[in-house]
Design a binder for this molecule. Structure first.
Ligand code: ST9
Ligand code: ZN
Ligand code: ZN
Length: 342
């Protein structure tokens, strides 16, 4: 404000004393504004080498793990890896995402504890941090304040955002996000406090120990199988931020980057109906129809609703969806052929 006032005074004085033409004045003003702006600190990437090394190791280890699972390890180790990967995914989709980030249903404490342990197995940061980044992503989608802003390209929105320091806008604008609901949930609070112990145990140690103890798997094979399971589930999750913000249909809102993607939907346990999800984030199905084959997470929540542990499941009225699609969609809703859009 101070520099704008100085600018104004300087411009006025010049006007009186030198009687310059208005064109000259505006050139002087532009130069002055440019000077003021260039004195602001410019955002620069800051690589976090610890993460670079960790993710390089994870991906190389995962490739070796895949090789071992295919040619050397016990078939039980493969079945075990898939099972743990699936349970961990549910912790992210039904837990961190649909329950804690969006409050699209309510869950009794035993279900919340189960979901918390599954989410810990997925090691995608503790629930509080995961939810904070995700709420910021929804509120500031496709801007610098979006932690994995898809406008910065496939690699950044996929994995790159975890390799560099966050854009200052993420932290500044993220401060406006209300997290008080999570601060009151004892399951979230205690997971955050104990994360440094819980995460290594549930994501790495237990999944590696079980194959060695129960079917005499070689420890090295079990370790690389763990790296494969973890790295694959990370990449499937990241595809929601990258691929499902770049390629696919936009049946509900054509003006935003998120898309409905059948293949991401399957791989990410029903989280690929991302155009729908960004328009109606409170729907517990995170998709319009949520049939179980393409939306396994919905089946999981419905099961817990059936036994009474999940309740207050929120959905969206059919008419409201239809009206919104007609108003802002890309028209693809009228060409439904796949499972999701039957
Ligand atoms: C991972 C997460 O992979 C994946 C999330 C994916 C989300 C997908 C969404 C789609 C939904 C569906 C799911 C489908 C699932 C399918 C499964 C299929 C199998 N707001 O972060 P710091 C402040 S994680 C407000 O350190 P730096 C805050 O004060 C992988 N404030 O920033 C914070 O302090 P504190 C494993 C914010 O230093 C302070 O800033 N994990 C916000 O720039 C510093 O925060 C890793 O690899 C915000 N949003 O570092 C760890 N953010 O926390 C990677 C920050 O004390 N992370 N603040 O309150 C890191 O190393 C660092 O975070 C960093 C940035 C280097 C990336
Ligand atoms: Zn979401
Ligand atoms: Zn998104």
């Amino acid at each position: 404000f101070g520099s704008s006032a100085t600018l104004f005074l300087e411009a006025s004085q010049q006007d009186v004393s030198q009687n310059k033409s208005s064109t000259e004045k505006s050139v002087a003003q532009t130069l002055q504004v440019q000077k003021t702006q260039s004195s602001k600190p410019k955002y620069q990437w800051k690589i976090v080498w610890r993460n670079m090394i960790a993710f390089a190791y994870l991906h190389l280890g995962a490739l070796y793990g895949l090789y071992l699972l295919l040619v050397a390890a016990s078939v039980y180790t493969t079945i075990w890896s898939i099972t743990i990967g699936a349970f961990a995914a549910i912790g992210v989709t039904a837990g961190a995402h649909r329950l804690w980030a969006h409050r699209s249903y309510k869950a009794k404490w035993p279900m919340r504890i189960i979901l918390m342990l599954l989410q810990t197995t997925a090691f995608q940061n503790h629930i509080y941090e995961w939810v904070r980044d995700h709420r910021v992503h929804h509120k500031f989608t496709d801007t610098d304040a979006d932690p994995h802003n898809a406008k910065r390209g496939f690699f950044f929105s996929h994995m790159g955002w975890l390799l560099i320091r966050k854009h200052p806008d993420v932290i500044n604008k993220g401060a406006s996000i209300d997290m008080s609901d999570l601060e009151k949930d004892f399951v979230v609070v205690w997971q955050r406090r104990l994360y440094i112990v819980l995460m290594p145990v549930f994501c790495f140690l237990l999944p590696t120990w079980v194959p060695c103890h129960f079917w005499n798997e070689k420890p090295m094979y079990a370790w690389y199988a763990t790296l494969f399971r973890y790295t694959l589930s990370l990449n499937l999750t990241w595809l929601v931020n990258s691929a499902a913000h770049i390629w696919g249909m936009k049946p509900y809102d054509n003006t935003i980057s998120p898309t409905d993607s059948y293949s991401v939907g399957i791989g990410a346990f029903g989280e690929g109906w991302h155009n729908y999800h960004h328009v109606f984030p409170w729907d517990y199905k995170a998709g319009e129809l949520g049939n179980y084959r393409t939306n396994f997470t919905t089946g999981f929540i419905d099961f817990f609703a059936w036994i009474g542990w999940a309740y207050d499941l929120k959905t969206v009225a059919h008419n409201m969806i239809k009206r919104r699609a007609a108003r802002t969609g890309d028209g693809s809703i009228y060409e439904r052929t796949d499972d999701h859009h039957d």
